[in-house]
Ligand binder design. Structure first.
Ligand SMILES: *Cc1c(COP(=O)(O)O)cnc(C)c1O
Length: 392
């Protein structure tokens, strides 16, 4: 019997045409769910006897392709992908703690992570000790109920580097998991798992994507730990969309090329700004004058130090506002890691949740401008700063 329009429209075109050749690029699997021929098939997939997908909150072919790349370049065993960097961070932490537990965290963190640890976890009756990991002896802060230590490879916005090997040794001694936010460095510059970290987390929104068009997060760890994190993530529903997975796979193809160019440009810009009369201090781990230089040189791969730097203006807040106005093609954007150079004002953007006291304690001045160095020709970037600095 000839089927009606409605039935044809609802049922046809669900299967990709058979082909012995495979697409050169992985397709976007925009499918929320997957069909089975019978209940036995479904049971085999749930029982892990057969590979298969059930529902895209728990897994999707595009996500798995992305996980394969990230697992390999971070030298972990398994990865998970999330709808945002905050998704990766919150799920990786929550998977390891319960009510009554204790966390040790660095006091200089991405604003959202700081807020989560300081305010949100209070609702779960989880205590967090914020310490200065550069100066304090972490040994003194472990408690019998400490479950997680949390830090960033390159701190924002002062670009300070903490020795992951030292912190991870202390964590191992106390049987505590070390989670490292490696967003600013990427695996091209630093591989925290190789230095002893248990979980590495990313805001993939930044360099892993690198083109300012996706909000996403990724975590990499051992098989066992990732299973725990993925279980938590599937319940909370912080899943990455199939389209974002596809964009990220495409972005990762050029990650090393981009990180090299970002880093080379940032070093040259830092060297130029360091000598300028209107600038008090330049924060960049690749400058030999930086307090982080020798550690960064020793811990980072390929003599690369990343694309992020911060500049403290002698003229304070007014100078920052003036330079933002004077820089015409370098835009003021409260994010980072895109192909073009951008500016951020930490006191008003990423760190606006901090009180004046917390800002002073963290060493974040009102004259601090953060620069995300792009992929442009460095001579053009420096020429633009040179022109704008005359107006400050
Ligand atoms: C942006 C950022 C985050 C948060 O990531 P989202 O993708 O915005 O959720 C976390 N950590 C660092 C270091 C970041 O720069």
């Amino acid at each position: 019997m000839e089927k009606s329009f409605m039935t044809k429209l609802a049922r046809l075109g669900e299967k990709a045409p058979k082909s012995i050749s495979t697409p050169k690029a992985i397709p976007i699997y925009m499918s929320s769910s997957f069909s089975f021929n019978d209940v036995d098939e479904l049971e085999k997939v749930y029982g892990k006897e057969e590979n298969g997908y059930v529902y895209s909150r728990m897994g999707n072919p595009g996500q798995d392709a992305l996980k394969e790349i990230m697992t390999s370049i971070d030298e972990g065993e398994e990865a998970q992908v999330f709808s945002s960097g905050m998704g990766a961070i919150t799920m990786s932490i929550l998977a390891h703690v319960k009510s009554g537990d204790h966390i040790i965290a660095d006091e200089v963190l991405y604003g959202g992570s700081f807020q989560f640890l300081k305010e949100e976890l209070r609702n779960f009756n989880i205590e967090v000790s914020f310490i200065n990991m550069l100066k304090d002896n972490i040994e003194e802060y472990f408690k019998p109920n400490t479950k997680v230590v949390y830090m960033e490879t390159i701190s924002n916005p002062l670009m300070e580097v903490i020795d992951i090997r030292v912190i991870s040794e202390a964590c191992k001694k106390h049987n505590v998991k070390l989670i490292v936010d490696n967003t600013f460095a990427t695996p091209i510059i630093c591989q925290p798992l190789k230095l002893g970290a248990d979980v590495v987390v990313y805001s993939a929104t930044k360099y892993l994507c690198g083109h300012s068009d996706v909000i996403a997060g990724i975590a990499v760890s051992s098989k066992e730990t990732m299973e725990q994190i993925s279980h938590t993530a599937a319940i909370y529903g912080t899943t990455m969309s199939p389209f974002d997975s596809w964009i990220l796979i495409r972005s990762l193809r050029t990650l090393e090329l981009r990180i090299k160019q970002h880093s080379q440009n940032a070093l040259k810009l830092a060297e130029y700004l360091q000598g300028h009369e209107k600038i008090k201090k330049v924060y960049y781990p690749g400058l030999s004058s930086s307090s982080s230089f020798s550690l960064a040189k020793n811990m980072f791969n390929n003599n690369l130090f990343g694309g992020m730097l911060s500049v403290d203006f002698k003229g304070g807040e007014k100078a920052v506002c003036d330079i933002i106005k004077a820089l015409e093609s370098i835009k003021f954007v409260p994010s980072l890691a895109g192909v073009s150079t951008t500016l951020s004002y930490p006191v008003r953007t990423s760190h606006r949740a901090l009180t004046d006291d917390e800002l002073i304690k963290s060493g974040i001045s009102k004259g601090l401008l953060r620069i995300s160095t792009g992929l442009e020709n460095i001579d053009d970037i420096i020429a633009e700063f040179d022109r704008a600095l005359k107006q400050v």
